[in-house]
Design a protein around this ligand. Structure first.
Ligand code: GLU
Length: 417
């Protein structure tokens, strides 16, 4: 699952924003304001382990706070760069605005391969990241959460380090925590659940009933695996999945439970027994009703967009389709449900957790699930109406128009522009 390094995610995001700027008749100055992050912090992470010193770089980008404190995940991945983190924080600004959450956009990351670290080293790295950043975090300032290769254990270390440094026993400064520290059980699978609920609505509008539809999922991390589970529960047929080691394909369908078993026992879905092996690149071009790119960014580019055979693409990852590929897919009448809607179940889950922690943990799991699904459904229909009223624009553009318009309105009301 190689993200194509030659494509810069930030440049892609700027192109997508420019297009929306034209529709909203934004001035060049306004576009300039939205293009740049309000603050980017770089931290050097130095750890001593086994008599050697290891050094890594990490970042936190705080893109826009017009509508509230910065909110977004932290990823640990060798390909993380400052530009990538800025682009991802911009995506969070649109996502949070689209879902009408009281947040701006932020994102963090460390350029590191966590698979090469011991658990002790991973804890040290996590704590050092917070040491460098804690002055710029807080429940009413910037609230990190999990993202690629980070989880509730890492959030627990973040919280502990933050408490030590600030002296405030405040757990709402981070979301996606373990249950005992105020996390919601549902947060773990809320991104996958939300994605499938949106895929269902989109399928009903554009393809017909979700039940019986064939699905391919690229990426079998937190999002991809739970998405496979919920697609199966909805009667869809998951015919292909992959992870960083490769993929498996069987047009008769793959079984979620067996995929999970293969992943747990051997570290990869490629060891699933009843299927043919397939590369990530081939998998994405296979015929299916619904394709879910749920791995990394820039996997559908102008190089392969004309070969995609799916009828509907639901973006699990952030930024998996480039701006040029968007145009090709639009011409080919392939509908794309964008990241800022499709994977927003994670941050809506985070919002419920944060609000719950701030109010003394008053919400139960059922209420949380209800709120997440309703909030996403409301956003879906808001975009769907905008999509119809714009006439000749794609679904991503319609959703960004809704999101950017709200940010602009907030900035105007506050006198920022
Ligand atoms: N990392 C997730 C995202 O990209 C969740 C962010 C959050 O919960 O703050 O939306």
């Amino acid at each position: 699952m190689q993200a194509q390094e030659s494509v810069n995610l930030y440049t892609q995001q700027l192109k997508k924003l420019e297009k929306v700027g034209k529709i909203l008749a934004l001035s060049n100055e306004e576009l300039e304001v939205l293009s740049k992050p309000e603050r980017v912090i770089q931290v050097k992470i130095q750890i001593k382990s086994n008599n050697s010193i290891k050094t890594f770089l990490g970042w936190r980008s705080q893109h826009n706070s017009a509508l509230g404190p910065y909110k977004g995940g932290v990823r640990f991945h060798p390909n993380v760069t400052q530009d990538e983190v800025i682009a991802l924080s911009m995506i969070m600004t649109w996502k949070n605005s689209l879902l009408q959450l009281p947040y701006g956009g932020g994102k963090g990351g460390i350029a590191i391969d966590p698979k090469l670290l011991s658990k002790e080293e991973l804890e040290l790295v996590s704590r050092k990241y917070i040491d460098g950043l804690y002055k710029y975090l807080g429940e009413d300032f910037d609230i990190p959460a999990p993202d690629v290769n980070t989880d509730s254990q890492i959030m627990a270390w973040f919280v502990d380090e933050y408490v030590k440094l600030t002296g405030n026993i405040n757990f709402s400064s981070f979301t996606g925590k373990t249950e005992i520290l105020g996390g919601l059980k549902i947060r773990e699978f809320s991104t996958g659940l939300g994605l499938v609920s949106i895929a269902k609505l989109a399928s009903e509008k554009f393809l017909g009933n979700l039940s019986g539809k064939t699905v391919i999922i690229q990426g079998f991390g937190n999002l991809g695996s739970f998405a496979a589970k919920f697609f199966e529960e909805n009667g869809s047929k998951v015919i292909g999945v992959s992870d960083s080691k490769g993929g498996v394909f069987n047009e008769k369908g793959l079984r979620y439970e067996e995929l999970e078993k293969a992943k747990k026992a051997t570290g990869s879905v490629i060891n699933y027994s009843d299927a043919n092996k397939i590369s990530n690149e081939e998998l994405i071009e296979k015929e299916c009703d619904i394709l879910v790119p749920a791995a990394l960014e820039n996997v559908i580019t102008k190089a392969n967009a004309s070969k995609i055979k799916a009828k509907l693409i639901v973006e699990g990852a952030n930024g998996p389709i480039t701006a040029e590929a968007d145009e090709i897919l639009k011409q080919r009448q392939i509908i794309v449900i964008p990241d800022i809607l499709a994977n927003s179940g994670g941050v809506v889950g985070s919002y419920v957790e944060w609000a719950n922690n701030k109010s003394g943990n008053l919400i139960n799991e059922e209420e949380a699930k209800d709120l997440i699904l309703k909030r996403m459904e409301r956003a879906f229909y808001e975009i769907y109406n905008k999509y119809n009223s714009l006439g000749n624009e794609d679904f991503r553009t319609a959703s960004m128009v809704v999101a950017v318009e709200r940010v602009i309105k907030g900035m105007k009301e506050r006198g920022l522009i």
